[in-house]
Design a protein around this ligand. Structure first.
Ligand code: NAD
Ligand code: UD1
Length: 335
């Protein structure tokens, strides 16, 4: 059985991916420092699948804990989710972001190299495309033009991985560029739980729906889109999580390579589409008002996801109604 090290295993994407990995009979070795997650997530993952994770609490910047993990376990592959992800925070604290999102990956790569483990899946973001000049976005589109340290940190790591592969073609690496994951596992046990006031659309809508927040601010209605509000490619978290299983299969059948895939549905929905679908499937009204644009936002961003379909035989199964229903179910359960 393959041993997969999942860094950031208790976070939003990490926890859902652990469920998929365990259900597909991978052994999961998890690392997290709980900088943006809660300890009880571990037990929840284990309850959903009725299997155990071998868990290490620690920081991916700490070479000693990584050495310990690789010494105590025969790691076959690493899925790296450990990073900070708040765009606003990254502008205020660039050093923290570059250390945690770039230096930590270098530490991980050093240890992987020492133990001759060269299979890696890295969590990148559609943000690396900056303001895309062509839609839908293919993996061949130019990257760059990021407007904040968070986005730039992902761009830097992509560059590091490309250099690494160029230096040694036996590295076997997938870079997944996630679009906008939302929703939750159907059990309602795990989901997205940002600290404080949410910066992202779906978590904010959920808090308006539960009454914790008064009113959604729609950031601009004068974008060059069908209704003037921003258009994004929202993808159900379980579709995104499942893609990692397809990714691992790909790496198992490859002797070396650097593969880049967009993970999105290929469909763009506006902020108004999200509000209306959320209202319809959950039978409630979301109070909103249109305010100024948020700086750094773009008109539209959605994927051409055909490369992942062709190469990984992966495509999405859930639609926007599923995403809105599952997101709300989760916040209701934890309320
Ligand atoms: P998250 O914050 O929910 O999860 C990240 C996890 O990593 C948390 O549990 C946190 O405690 C842990 N962590 C952070 N730094 C660590 C460190 N130095 N050592 C050990 N653990 C550490 O974020 P997420 O939404 O699950 O995102 C996972 C990855 O996917 C990140 O790399 C993120 O940048 C990337 N990504 C996320 C999105 C998104 O919309 N959620 C989009 C594109 C890319
Ligand atoms: C944001 C980040 C991106 C990151 C992604 C996932 C920015 C500029 N980009 O993407 O780097 O990878 O989150 O963490 O922050 N909106 C509102 N009101 C709100 C919140 C959002 O109208 O309260 C609108 C936005 O203007 C946008 C859409 O909803 O049009 C989606 O926003 P969001 O969920 O923050 O995702 P992105 O901006 O796509």
């Amino acid at each position: 059985m393959m041993n997969v090290l999942v860094t950031g295993c208790c976070g939003y994407i990490g926890s859902h991916t652990c469920v998929e990995l365990l259900e597909n009979n991978y052994n999961v070795i998890g690392l997290d420092n709980f900088s943006n997650s809660k300890r009880d997530v571990l037990g929840k993952i284990e309850n959903i699948v009725n299997k155990k994770i071998k868990f290490y609490e620690g920081d991916m910047l700490d070479k000693d804990i990584l050495n310990k993990i690789f010494l105590e376990n025969k790691i076959d592959l690493v899925v790296d989710f450990a990073a900070y992800k708040s765009v606003g925070d990254s502008v205020a604290k660039p050093i923290d972001y570059y250390v945690n999102n770039v230096s930590s990956v270098l530490t991980l790569l050093q240890v992987m190299k020492e133990y001759n483990v060269k299979n890696l899946i890295f969590s990148s973001s559609a943000t690396v495309y900056g303001n895309p000049s062509v839609l839908p976005i293919t993996e061949e589109c130019e990257v760059g033009g990021t407007t904040n340290p968070y986005g730039t940190s992902k761009l830097y790591v992509e560059g590091i991985l490309k250099d690494l592969y160029a230096s040694d073609n036996s590295w076997n690496i997938i870079i997944f560029r996630y679009f906008n994951p939302i929703g939750a596992h159907k059990s309602g046990l795990i989901g997205e739980e940002p600290n404080g006031i949410p910066a992202n659309l779906m978590p904010y809508i959920c808090k308006v729906a539960t009454g914790e927040l008064e009113c959604l601010r729609v950031f601009g209605d004068d974008y060059n889109t069908k209704d003037g509000t921003g258009v994004r490619d929202y993808i159900h978290i379980m579709d995104l999580a499942r893609a990692h299983i397809n990714g691992i299969e790909k790496l198992k059948n490859s002797n070396g390579g650097l593969f880049i895939y967009n993970l999105g549905t290929g469909k763009g929905y506006s902020v108004m589409d999200i509000i209306h679908t959320f209202e319809k499937v959950n039978g409630l009204t979301i109070k909103y008002k249109v305010v100024e644009r948020r700086s750094g936002d773009i008109d539209s961003c959605y994927a051409d996801a055909s490369k992942a379909l062709k190469d990984l035989k992966w495509s999405t199964q859930y639609d926007l109604a599923d995403m809105c229903r599952d997101a709300y179910d989760y916040v209701n359960k934890i309320k």
